[in-house]
Structures are given as structure tokens and as C-alpha cells.
Design a protein around this ligand. Structure first.
Ligand SMILES: Cc1ncc(C[n+]2csc(CCOP(=O)(O)OP(=O)(O)O)c2C)c(N)n1
Length: 574
């Protein structure tokens, strides 16, 4: 039975996979790929799990495929870096039941620490790759990917980008087809990658790539549309739609099966058209391949390797113009009113601490006016960078800060390392019991699983002690003694963890303790503005305004006010 549903690219892909008999789905949250697992978690037939990190996610999904069920891994682009170890060898082992690796890239860094183009990973890992341009294509390609995976005994990458993941369109969907589990047959040469076996598998893999190349050549996912032959455009993903919009009369070679490349189709198309263009976002992936084939094409200037494309940028590329960077009109991201990360940064700023940060909402502590977080590289890097800061700059001057989800993701190993290597210093776990940055997913420390059911809870105090921390203390970050406690632990000749625990305001609000605001007492000293809360701001007349509707009652602004304009409620006032 067919139905039409308005679906995002993530949802459509998940729906296609579900209908294709998917039984295991594993992911770690990350924009723009989070919604894939969230969509799949609703189905009883699918074992949908949030993993602790992308490496474990990949291995669990691969394990499910080897055990005989169709499975899917999904993550954002940088997540795939964490999963690279199993990914690189899974092209050697191949699969048993179909296995799809979905990765969504984030050109323009809407919510990421870098802008890497994961099309290069398909080539590097020797895995086939499909690139949908729209939700409807994502839906269909999920089904095709399972077939390719089983036919060629390989994981298949589906590469999305933010605009494909998050755009919605009407997609004609069907019903689920149940697929029998495949029997697992022990096969050491296939699944045990010791050097002797892996060497043989590498020989097979090179042949597999030749076979996949032939398939790509014949695949209807790569097709030419001849129109006005004076201009021919080769494009994939969302860039194809932009180019179609800008040059509706041109001829196109649409690449949907984008690795291995359909070389003959490319060469034939190049011969047919007068002027050939390659339109692609980020890296010159197709452009370089065409150069290798000895085919001359016009491509974008290096300035377009940064950021995403838009139809108007595609028009400029075709006109041969360089990209002119325009000031971003995006609003500055800011911690929510009442966020429990805020008092930690106001304290760290007063202590003039050098802060090794991590990735989560608390990364916003780096921005003006807080400016109290000094490094962010990748998930888990706070505790490890803190180890070096502490040894080189002094443990009484440095702090690491990490969130609960990130600590479970990759902070635990760093803490073991710090203890093993005799580090003194302080790690603050800003525990809001939420994976807030990516939209409030549960994680091991929340004790809830992806389907919303209670599960075993990771007790942060216990694990920190087991990792080797000398002191583990828990504090409410709104405690008046927070700054004193941080200073005390920084100065201690020991490895300490301070768990600053308060539920995320996305989950629990507190209107009861909204501070009292007496504008007549305000001297415009600006101290309350320095805490960077959206509920306290200067209005158009330059006067301080406190917005009781936005306020979540944390009273950090009241604590900063020395003139009695903002005063703390001692008791609940509603
Ligand atoms: C390798 C990698 N995976 C996923 C992400 C997406 N991501 C950014 S922060 C974050 C976790 C945030 O949770 P937590 O550390 O608890 O901090 P909170 O946002 O709750 O303050 C995730 C999953 C990422 N940036 N890098």
C-alpha cells in the first residue's frame, strides 16, 4: 500500500531502510543526522540504539550485519572519524546481511567543528557511495543500498548533507518487507583480520572495486539528461538541484552512485557537450577525478571550497566569478536562560582559569562576553588537553570542562590516561543529564535508552573514581560556593573531578525563583550583561531589561548585581 508522507531526508532514508527489512539501527547523536535514529526508534521491529560513541555504534551495526540482520549506522560527518578504525577494515571483511553507513556532512558548519567532505572517505576506505539529492531519492537509495551491500558483500555509504537531511518533501512510501535472517557461518579468512587473511581480502577488495565500477557504469542512479548541448553539467547531491534551478536548459550528468565513478558515462557525456562544468560543494572530488581521466571541465574557484553552495553561488561559479565572503547574518548562539553551564563560566572567568573545553552547549562559554573556555578540538579533548595544560602551565591555573554525554563518549579514556600519567588538576563534568546540544537525546548517564525505556545508568561518581581520580565531588552549579570549590580543587595536589549537576532547562524549567527587578536601582554597570543571558539585555533606550517570561530562575544575574536592582528570591514566589 502506498501513502504520501511529508518527510525530511533523514526520515525518508530511515523509512526506506525500515521498509527494506532493517532490524538493527545504531547511532550517536550529531546534527544533521540525529533524526535518522529518532525516526527508527518508534518501530518495534527495529532494535534502535544510541551508542556511547560512533566507534561502538559502527561495530554494533557491523556486528548485527555479520550476525545476519540488515543494519544501519548513522552519524554526522565528524562522527565517522571516530568510527574510522572499524570502517577501514569493514571494507575487507565485507558483510553478511546488508549494512548501510549513513553519514551527513555539514557544509557551512551549521553545527560542527569542521567542514570535512566525507566523499573522500569513500575513496579512502574503498567503499561504494550513494548520494541522494532529495528526501525522495534518500528513501529509494536506502533500499538500493541494501541490495548493493548484499550483492557485493560490502558496507555501502550513503552520503547526505545538511540540505538533503533537513529539507522536507512529499515522499511516496510503501510497506515493510520482512527479510529472513541470514545464517552466520564462521569464516576466519573473511572475519578475522590477521595479516595473512587481510592480505587476501585486500586482493579481493581491489577486484570488488572493479566490479562495483562496472555496476556504477550501468546503474540508473547515474544518468545523462540531454538538452541544450552547448553546456553540460556534472553534479551530485543537492548541488545537482541548484544547478538544475540555475541552468534548466543545460544537459546534465546526474551522479547518484558516486563512488566508484562511472568513468565511461563521464567520458561519453564530456564528448557530447561543448562546455563541461563540474558543480560540487566543498572538495574538488569529481573535478580531480575528471582531471585523472584527462577530461577538461570548468570547475569552481578555490574560494568555493569553503561553505555550502546556493543557487546564486552556482550562478557565480558558471559566470567564472570568485566567491566574495559576506558577513554572516546569523544570530550569536547563546546558552539558554537559567542554563546550568553559565555559573561555571562566570566562576572560571573570575578565577582567570585557562580552560580546556569540549563539545556541547558549554562550548558557548568561549564566546563574548563570557570568554571563559579556551580550546575546543573534538569530543573528549578537554580532559586530555587539560593533562598537558596542567603539566606545562600549572594545575592551579588550568581546568578541563566536559558534558555528561561527551564524557561517556570519549572523556572516560582521557581520564584514565590522566590518572595513569599522574596528572594533577581539575576536570569539571557539567552534568545536565542530557545530550542537549543535539536536541535532548538520552545517554548512559541518564539511564534512559533510545526508545525511552529505563536502562542501567552510568554513575559518574563511581566511574570517575574507578578511572583513578583522587577526589570526586558533586556540587549544584548554582551553589554560592561554586567558585570557592573550583579554586580549592584546582589548587589541590591531586587529580580531581567536580561533577556540577543540575538538570538541563530544556527538560525542567523553574519559574518559581525568577529574581525581582527594580529598574530604579540599576546604575547600568553592565555586570548582569556580562553573564550573557537572553533574559537580561539592554533595550532600545539603553536601559537594562529583565524578561521574566524568558527567565528560568537561576539567579546568576541577581548574584552579579551589587546595587540591588536584581535580587535573588529566597523562597519560591509562586
Ligand atoms: C564526533 C562527534 N560526534 C557528535 C557530535 C555532535 N555533538 C556535539 S556536542 C554533543 C554532545 C553534547 O552533550 P553533552 O556533552 O552532555 O553537553 P550538553 O550539550 O548537554 O551541554 C554531540 C553529540 C560531534 N560534534 N562530534
Amino acid at each position: 500500500m502506498k501513502t504520501t508522507q511529508l518527510l525530511s531526508g533523514d526520515e525518508a532514508l530511515a523509512c526506506g531502510a525500515y521498509e527494506a527489512g532493517l532490524k538493527t539501527a545504531v547511532s550517536y547523536p550529531g546534527t544533521p543526522a540525529t533524526e535518522i535514529l529518532e525516526y527508527l526508534a518508534r518501530f518495534d521491529e527495529v532494535n534502535a540504539q544510541w551508542a556511547v560513541n560512533e566507534k561502538t555504534a559502527y561495530e554494533i551495526a557491523l556486528g548485527a550485519s555479520i550476525a545476519g540482520v540488515r543494519s544501519i549506522y548513522s552519524s554526522k560527518h565528524v562522527g565517522l572519524n571516530v568510527a574510522m578504525d572499524p570502517l577501514m577494515t569493514s571494507s575487507y571483511t565485507g558483510v553478511n546481511a546488508g549494512f548501510i553507513v549513513v553519514v551527513s556532512d555539514d557544509p557551512q558548519l551549521a553545527s560542527s567543528q569542521n567542514e570535512q567532505d566525507n566523499r573522500l572517505i569513500a575513496k579512502f576506505s574503498k567503499l561504494p557511495m550513494l548520494e541522494p539529492s532529495s528526501p525522495a531519492e534518500a528513501y529509494k537509495m536506502a533500499k538500493t543500498a541494501f541490495e548493493i551491500s548484499e550483492q557485493f558483500d560490502t558496507p555501502v555509504i550513503i552520503r547526505l548533507t545538511t540540505r538533503v537531511s533537513h529539507t522536507k518533501e512529499n515522499v511516496e512510501t510503501g510497506t515493510r518487507r520482512e527479510i529472513e535472517n541470514k545464517p552466520f557461518t564462521p569464516d576466519a579468512v573473511k572475519y578475522v583480520m590477521v595479516p595473512g587473511h587481510a592480505y587476501k581480502k585486500h586482493i579481493q577488495l581491489e577486484q570488488k572495486l572493479i566490479d562495483l565500477q562496472k555496476y556504477s557504469e550501468e546503474s540508473p542512479l547515474n544518468f545523462a539528461q540531454y538538452n541544450d548541448k552547448s553546456v553540460g553539467i556534472i553534479a551530485s547531491g543537492v548541488s545537482y538541484l541548484y544547478a538544475k534551478e540555475v541552468m534548466p536548459d543545460a544537459s546534465f550528468l546526474k551522479i547518484g552512485f558516486s563512488y566508484p565513478f562511472p568513468d565511461k558515462k563521464i567520458a561519453d557525456f564530456a564528448k557530447e557537450v561543448k562546455e563541461l562544468y563540474v558543480i560540487e560543494e566543498l572538495e574538488p572530488f569529481m573535478e580531480e577525478h575528471l582531471l585523472q581521466l584527462g577530461i577538461k571541465a570548468k570547475a569552481k574557484d578555490i574560494t568555493y571550497r569553503i561553505g555550502e553552495l546556493t543557487p546564486s553561488l552556482v550562478r557565480d561559479i558558471i559566470a567564472g566569478k570568485k566567491k566574495v565572503e559576506k558577513p554572516s547574518g546569523a544570530r550569536k548562539p547563546v546558552l539558554c536562560p537559567g542554563c546550568s553551564h553559565r555559573p561555571i563560566f562566570t566562576a572560571l572567568k573570575k578565577l582567570k582559569a585557562i580552560v580546556a573545553g569540549d563539545i556541547g552547549c558549554y562550548t558557548l562559554g568561549a564566546l563574548k562576553p563570557l570568554e571563559a573556555l579556551h580550546t575546543t578540538v573534538c569530543m573528549g579533548a578537554s580532559v586530555t588537553i587539560m593533562q598537558s595544560f596542567s603539566k606545562i602551565l600549572g594545575h592551579d591555573k588550568t581546568v578541563g570542562i566536559i558534558g555528561d554525554s561527551t564524557f561517556a563518549h570519549s572523556g572516560i579514556t582521557g581520564l584514565v590516561d590522566a590518572a595513569y600519567n599522574n596528572t594533577k588538576g581539575l576536570l569539571i563534568i557539567s552534568d545536565n543529564s542530557n545530550t542537549a546540544m543535539t536536541g535532548s537525546q538520552p545517554n548512559p548517564s541518564t539511564g534512559i535508552d533510545a526508545k525511552g525505556k529505563p536502562t542501567k545508568q552510568l554513575i559518574l561518581e563511581d566511574i570517575c573514581k574507578t578511572c583513578g581520580a583522587d577526589n570526586v565531588e558533586v556540587i549544584n552549579p548554582f551553589d554560592d560556593n561554586l567558585q570557592g570549590k573550583i579554586k580549592e580543587l584546582m589548587e589541590k595536589d591531586a587529580l580531581s573531578v567536580l561533577i556540577a549537576r543540575f538538570p538541563c532547562r530544556m527538560r525542567e524549567r523553574n519559574k518559581a525563583l525568577v529574581p525581582q527587578f527594580k529598574p530604579e536601582k540599576c546604575v547600568l554597570c553592565g555586570a548582569c550583561i556580562q553573564i550573557d543571558c537572553p533574559a537580561v539585555y539592554k533595550n532600545s533606550e539603553g536601559k537594562i531589561t529583565h524578561d521574566a517570561f524568558l527567565c528560568n530562575g537561576c539567579n546568576v544575574c541577581a548574584n552579579s548585581c551589587k546595587f540591588g536592582a536584581l535580587t535573588k528570591q529566597k523562597t519560591e514566589n509562586v
